[in-house]
Ligand binder design. Structure first.
Ligand code: NAP
Length: 460
């Protein structure tokens, strides 16, 4: 495993980076621990100055950050710009709200007084994926730096330049050395970091396989961890759905970031009454997407992030078809340089087919027809994952009832407006545990300490 920045639009190597030596890694951990000793005593207002400056720098240099991301992992430039702005918003939001989220809470026991106070845990180790190279970092950095923790971060091997750019952003904003450190390290070194007694918590976003490995290591060390893993979200179209509303969201929900989103709509579960129309219109919309250089605004279908990702997806589609699924659209690599795949639709996926349970991390639609609302809910819940999902119906109360019956960490009714700086994000089952963002996210790595005071007579 190496850190290599390769342009997914043409496969050209842009830059490669060496791993840190163990001596450099130890130095970075020592700097983080030493920084924590002062950072934890800073006021919220002092920390907020730095986070607000970082937010302003992101907003002032949207294009520079976005172009780097497009170059390195192939996200279409408009989407990349949106991500940079949103990352800035997240940093700004926690600069403003962290203090109120972490304010002392007063309790009312029968005797004496009691309160819960919050204090930071220390150095946190974050392992992050490439699909949102800045947003994923902002999601941990905003809340956790404001909470008084410091971060050492292992970003994905294919986005080293974005990883370095985000570290520089915080240093440029005035963060002391050690508050946020990017680590270019191997998996063995990652284990070493988790084992290190200076590290007090571990947050990972990534695949189930990575989650199992990193969570197990954190568990051996009895360290708190949060896991934001994969998903196979259901997009449930009920018989009274407004298809004019649902279809653009279906296209966006599956094709945003070329389908490489944890909470993308992946399993389209459509009631018979509307299935023919939904499928025909969905297919037409996917066929109209225009592959091209993601740096050009007119492009509507960018490349996948790496050649490995593309080959894995093609193999998954192949296995699905061998397992009896019907290929209604696409299924092939696009004949041009770079790592482009045709938008693909699979139907007739039976329970024994690997495609029934696996996550497709790319532009592949799995479409299921069902006869009733109950069948839709049962199918949505027949998944190892439990990240998010959506329900489409003209009757919003019905939509909320269905949403309540689906076993996931997040549900959306008549939208898939996935994330907001103030909304908690996370899943259950193999999609992981814990939450990032929101009042819940910022509490994950703080000591919630109970203090009970008052001279209470001892029991006799
Ligand atoms: P991945 O291979 O698990 O990589 C994610 C990160 O984990 C990378 O930094 C990777 O490093 C690192 N990693 C993997 N195995 C590791 C190990 N044994 N020890 C230490 N670090 C390890 O994930 P991916 O396939 O690139 O990303 C896509 C997955 O992430 C999908 O399943 C997606 O659904 C999920 N995801 C979830 C969320 C969420 O919030 N729930 C958000 C985004 C993505 P290297 O790159 O160096 O291998």
């Amino acid at each position: 495993m190496t850190y290599q920045s390769i342009n997914p639009n043409d496969g050209k190597l842009l830059k490669s980076f060496e791993h840190l030596s163990n001596a450099q890694l130890d130095k970075a951990l020592a700097a983080a621990e030493s920084c924590f000793q002062t950072w934890k005593h800073k006021s919220f207002a002092e920390r907020a100055v730095i986070l607000n400056r970082a937010a302003a720098l992101l907003h002032a240099h949207v294009d520079d950050f976005a172009r780097l991301e497009t170059l390195e992992m192939g996200k279409r430039i408009d989407e990349a710009r949106g991500e940079v702005k949103f990352s800035g918003d997240i940093l700004g939001y926690y600069a403003q709200h962290a203090e109120s989220f972490l304010a002392t809470a007063h309790l009312h026991p029968k005797h004496g007084k009691a309160h819960m106070e919050s204090s930071p845990l220390g150095v946190l180790f974050c392992v992050e994926p490439w699909n949102f190279p800045y947003y994923q970092l902002a999601r941990v950095a905003g809340p956790q730096l404001m909470a008084g923790n410091v971060l050492v971060v292992k970003h994905a091997g294919c986005v080293p330049q974005c990883a370095i750019a985000f570290e520089k952003l915080l240093l440029d904003a005035g963060a002391p050395v050690g508050a946020y450190t990017n680590l270019l390290i191997s998996y063995e070194q990652s284990d070493r970091v988790i084992d290190d007694p200076r590290v007090k918590g571990v947050a990972l976003t990534g695949s189930v396989a990575a989650g199992r490995s990193v969570a197990a290591r954190a568990g051996q060390n009895l360290k708190k961890s949060t896991m934001e893993l994969g998903g196979s979200d259901a997009f449930i179209v009920l018989d009274d759905a407004d298809l004019d509303l649902a279809l653009p969201w279906a296209v966006w929900g599956r094709m945003f970031n070329v389908g490489q989103t944890c909470c993308a709509a992946k399993r389209f579960i459509v009631l018979d009454a509307v299935a023919d129309e939904f499928l025909a219109r969905f297919k037409t919309a996917l066929e109209a997407l225009l592959p091209g250089d993601p740096m050009i605004e007119a492009t509507t279908l960018g490349p996948l992030s790496t050649e490995t990702a593309l080959l894995q997806l093609l193999a998954q589609v192949d296995a699905a078809v061998k397992g009896g699924a019907q290929l209604l659209l696409g299924g092939e690599r696009i004949a041009r340089p770079g790592w482009f795949m045709q938008p693909t639709i699979l139907t007739d996926i039976a329970p024994g087919n690997p495609a029934f349970r696996d996550e497709f991390f790319g532009p592949v639609v799995s479409l299921f027809r069902v006869k009733s609302e109950d069948e839709a809910v049962a199918l949505a819940n027949d998944s190892d994952f439990g990240l998010a999902g959506s329900v489409w119906t003209r009757d919003e109360a019905r939509g909320r009832r269905v949403a309540s019956r689906v076993d996931t960490g997040m549900m959306f009714v008549n939208n898939i407006d996935w994330t907001d700086a103030e909304l908690p994000f996370g899943g259950i089952k193999h999609s992981g545990y814990g939450r990032e963002l929101g009042r819940m996210g910022i509490q994950e790595f703080v000591n919630k300490k109970l203090v009970r005071s008052g001279a209470i007579a001892a029991p006799v």
